[in-house]
Design a protein around this ligand. Structure first.
Ligand code: BTN
Length: 325
């Protein structure tokens, strides 16, 4: 109902609309109108009120508050419910706590900024305001050994949403889960799994995208290797619209994975990949390898041809030619 009040105010943008009219149009009491207006103000909307004239929405917020994200969200379960926080340590941590308490799959946690954002391989993830930092709880009834496939599901969903939204085919995926543009990192995925011996209890898919950020302000140790959507398109992008598209694509590819297995996900991942058929340096727990990335196998492991033989890389980090680091 709060969203309906917001929509009504938006449709009168610039003009006052009386509390009485809102109450009548939405079939709620004047007290309920007042409560919803207060809740919207708490979320960051600037709503002016004047006696005898009513309420007026002043400007649109760029915050990813529920009213902005849920209006027009074309999903059945991803993004529902949607937990919004101005700041969190890590959306993955909060999503995990909620999952433990039994929230339904699709539950999404978003923070405008993270004070302890986490990346793969135990790294920190720089997450100031202006990016997209969110985590989705999924509960696929699968064996834990298949959990790593979910990262590919999210990578394909992310690449598809970015291609469609930005109308560019230049964004690629670096195995297993980095979004790249011209060799620079635009975002990544952190998938975490909790399960029993033979069944996943829940997966947390954490997605981080450098959206309206200035890469020059990133910590010096990474600023040469990262980029942002603002840098790519030369203007700020609508984060709410992008988030809606990401959630819809994630839901779509998750259902494909559940219904048809990993094969179609793998095929799509290969179409979006930015690392196959290239010479790479790979840092693995066993040491460093240099070779040609030839394929991803049926489990998502990277197949690297090195010294005349094929090695299966299950975990590690790739460096493309010319990569720093
Ligand atoms: C990586 O490429 O190393 C993965 C980065 C994942 C970052 C996202 S931001 C939202 C979610 N919360 C976290 O703490 N990490 C993930």
């Amino acid at each position: 109902m709060k969203t309906a009040v917001l929509e009504l105010l938006k449709s009168h943008r610039g003009d006052f609309v009386s509390g009485e009219q809102i109450a009548r149009d939405l079939n709620i009491s004047r007290t309920a109108v007042w409560k919803h207006i207060s809740a919207l103000r708490e979320e960051g909307y600037r709503i002016e009120s004047r006696s005898r004239r009513g309420y007026r929405l002043q400007g649109v917020t760029d915050l990813l508050v529920p009213g902005e994200v849920l209006t027009g969200l074309a999903t059945r379960f991803c993004g529902r419910p949607y937990y919004y926080y101005p700041s969190l340590v890590s959306t993955n941590n909060t999503a995990k706590e909620l999952a433990r308490k039994g929230v339904p799959e699709g539950t999404t946690v978003l923070a405008e900024e993270q004070s302890g954002g986490r990346g793969r391989l135990g790294r920190n993830w720089y997450s100031p305001r202006g990016g997209l930092w969110f985590s989705v709880v999924l509960r696929p009834p699968l064996h834990p050994a298949r959990g790593s496939e979910a990262t590919f599901v999210a990578a394909v969903a992310g690449a598809e949403a970015l291609h469609n939204y930005l109308k560019t085919a230049e964004i690629g995926i670096k195995w297993p889960n980095d979004f790249l543009w011209q060799g620079k990192k635009l975002g990544g995925i952190l998938t975490e799994l909790t399960g029993e011996m033979d069944r996943i209890s829940y997966l947390i898919i954490g997605i981080g995208l450098n959206v309206n950020l200035d890469p020059h302000k990133f910590p010096p140790e990474i600023n040469a290797r990262v980029t942002s959507l603002r840098q790519i398109v030369g203007r700020d992008v609508d984060r709410a619209e992008l988030l809606r598209r990401l959630l819809a694509a994630l839901e779509g590819w998750y259902l494909v994975w559940r219904e048809d297995g990993f094969a179609p996900v793998r095929a799509a991942w290969k179409r979006y990949n930015a690392c196959l058929d290239r010479t790479l340096r790979v840092s693995t727990p066993e040491g460093e390898l240099v070779g040609q990335a030839v394929d991803v196998d049926l489990d998502g492991a990277l197949l690297l041809e090195t010294g005349g033989r094929i090695r299966r890389i299950v975990t590690g980090e790739l460096f493309l030619e010319g990569d720093v680091g």
